[in-house]
Structures are given as structure tokens and as C-alpha cells.
Design a protein around this ligand. Structure first.
Ligand code: B1M
Length: 224
């Protein structure tokens, strides 16, 4: 059933200012932060994901909803951290070495956050050493790498190889994505999964955590 709440409506319409105002007001009324995330924000982002998969929404539609989601999350995140709310899983995310494209990576991060994951965003041009340091320091379940250039996608392999060398590869699931990334490439470099869009990235992350997903469209997941 579609939730009836101004925060859900603000997310659906992608109205960031309304999302901010409603979040502040609803918290002041005593509603628990986690309830706002679980009851209104996650359903709204999941609805956007379904519409994207059905071809009703395009990337800009997701971006404006992600902006509304991020605005509300900026208010809620410190409260959730203080309350030690359990997330769906922790993801260390970054655009690989030599690559500064971050629009897709940010969208993936926002969708993951909107669907209950904790995201540690390392930014762009992230070296293998920085990914490894983040694995050791933040203990993620998942490492997500993004690349937009046919030249920089090979940094994904370099990073996985460096993870093996550092003895941390088996601590995490590795998910990759970005315009040049194919299922075959993911297989070749030993990633656990890949997706060609932000909605699929959430599905792969859920698979990595053993959670149920509705569709495997646009998704690669290593089975053996
Ligand atoms: Co660049 N650029 N760019 N660029 N740029 C492309 C990628 C390019 C295809 C343009 C072209 O020539 N037609 C081309 C790459 C060619 C190739 O390698 N085959 C290119 C080039 C060549 C370059 C430079 C080398 C140009 C130059 O300087 N001569 C240079 C490289 C800089 C560098 O990185 N070292 C460069 C620079 C830039 C800007 C800085 C100007 C800017 C980036 C700004 C920014 O990101 N903050 C830029 C942009 C904007 C683009 C285009 C126009 C748009 C990319 C984008 O944001 N798409 C792009 C052409 C195009 O795609 N039409 C292009 C929207 C975004 C939502 O999609 O990033 O694909 P995308 O993300 C998707 C999926 O891929 C997936 O989900 C996202 C949402 O659906 N996904 C994941 C992404 N990461 C994922 C991770 C996952 C799972 C899914 O799991 C972890």
C-alpha cells in the first residue's frame, strides 16, 4: 500500500525543500527517525526504482529524488548514528584511480542509502591503497567501485588484485559498475557482482547481504 505522509509525497515529487521542512517538523512532533526512513523514504526510493526499471523514470527523475532523499538524510543520519540503528549493510564506495566522474557513483550511493545501507563515500580518483585502508578502518560488507572511462575501468582489477595482496579480498563482496562495465568484465576481474544502473546496484548489494530482491534485471551476480 502507498504510504500517506507528506515526507513520502516530498520524496516522490523530488521536492528537497519540502523534504527538509517535513523532516524537521515531524521529528519535532516526536516521530522516531528510523520510522521516517523505513516507512516513507525507503518506500519512495523503491517506488522510484520500480518506475526506472519499468521505463517510466529516467536518470534525471532519479537524481531529483536522490537530492530530496539526501536532504532529509542529512538531518536524520546523526540521529540514526546516535541511536545505533542497524543498517542493511555497510558499503565503501568510490570512483577508481584516475577517474573523476561521480554523478553515477553519487546516484548509486543515494539509492543505497535510500534503501537502508550505510554508505562510506571515498569520493573520486580513489587509489587501491585508499580502498584497502577503508576496508581495514570501516569494516564494510561491500566495496563498490565505479568507473566511466574504458582506460580507468582496469583500475578495478588493480584494486581487486591489491586487495588480494593485502589479504582483505575475502572480507568483503566487491560490486562494480559504470558505463563501460560489462558482466563479462566483472567475471574476468573477479568481482562478485555488477550492475549497469543505480537500481540494479541496490539489488546486487541486497544479494551480497543475502536479502530478498524483486528483480535481477541489469544485474550480474557471481554464483560460484
Ligand atoms: Co567525461 N567522458 N571525460 N566528463 N563524461 C564520458 C564518460 C564519455 C563517454 C564522453 C564521450 O566521449 N562520449 C568519455 C569516455 C570515453 C571512454 O572512455 N570510452 C569521457 C571522457 C573521454 C572524458 C575525459 C577524458 C575528457 C577529456 O578530458 N578529454 C575526461 C576524463 C576525466 C577523468 O575522469 N580523468 C572527462 C571529464 C568529464 C567531466 C569532468 C567534464 C564530467 C564529469 C563530471 C562529474 O562526474 N562530476 C564528464 C561527464 C559529465 C561525462 C558524460 C557527459 C556524462 C557522465 C554521467 O555523469 N552520466 C559522459 C558521456 C555520457 O555518458 N553521455 C562522459 C550520467 C550518470 C548518471 O551515468 O555515470 O553511467 P553513469 O552512472 C550510471 C551507471 O553507469 C551505473 O549507475 C549509474 C546510474 O544509473 N553505475 C554504477 C555507475 N557507477 C556504478 C557503480 C555500481 C553500479 C552501477 O556499483 C558499485
Amino acid at each position: 500500500m502507498t504510504p500517506s505522509h507528506p515526507l513520502y509525497d516530498a520524496m516522490i515529487s523530488g521536492d528537497a525543500e519540502a523534504a527538509r521542512c517535513v523532516t524537521v517538523r515531524t521529528l519535532a512532533e516526536g516521530v522516531a527517525p528510523l520510522s521516517l526512513v523505513n516507512d516513507y523514504m525507503i518506500p519512495a526510493m523503491e517506488d522510484a526504482g520500480k518506475r526506472f526499471a519499468a521505463g517510466e523514470y529516467f536518470v534525471p527523475d532519479l537524481l531529483i529524488r536522490a537530492r530530496a532523499m539526501k536532504t532529509a538524510m542529512a538531518i536524520l543520519r546523526p540521529l540514526l548514528v546516535a541511536a545505533q540503528i542497524k543498517s542493511a549493510g555497510r558499503v565503501v564506495l568510490g570512483t577508481v584511480n584516475g577517474d573523476v566522474h561521480d554523478i553515477g557513483k553519487n546516484l548509486v550511493g543515494a539509492m543505497l542509502e535510500g534503501c537502508g545501507f550505510e554508505v562510506v563515500d571515498l569520493g573520486v580518483n580513489v587509489s587501491p591503497e585508499k580502498f584497502i585502508a577503508a576496508i581495514n578502518e570501516r569494516n564494510p560488507h561491500i566495496v563498490g567501485m565505479s568507473a566511466l572511462l574504458t582506460s580507468t575501468m582496469y583500475s578495478m582489477k588493480t584494486t581487486i588484485d591489491a586487495m588480494v595482496q593485502a589479504g582483505v579480498r575475502d572480507k568483503v563482496k566487491v560490486l562494480i559498475g559504470g558505463a563501460p562495465v560489462t558482466r563479462q568484465f566483472a567475471q574476468e576481474i573477479g568481482a562478485d557482482g555488477s550492475s549497469n544502473n543505480a537500481v540494479g546496484a541496490v539489488a546486487v548489494a541486497k544479494m551480497a547481504m543475502g536479502l530478498q530482491i524483486e528483480s535481477t534485471a541489469g544485474v550480474y551476480w557471481r554464483t560460484a
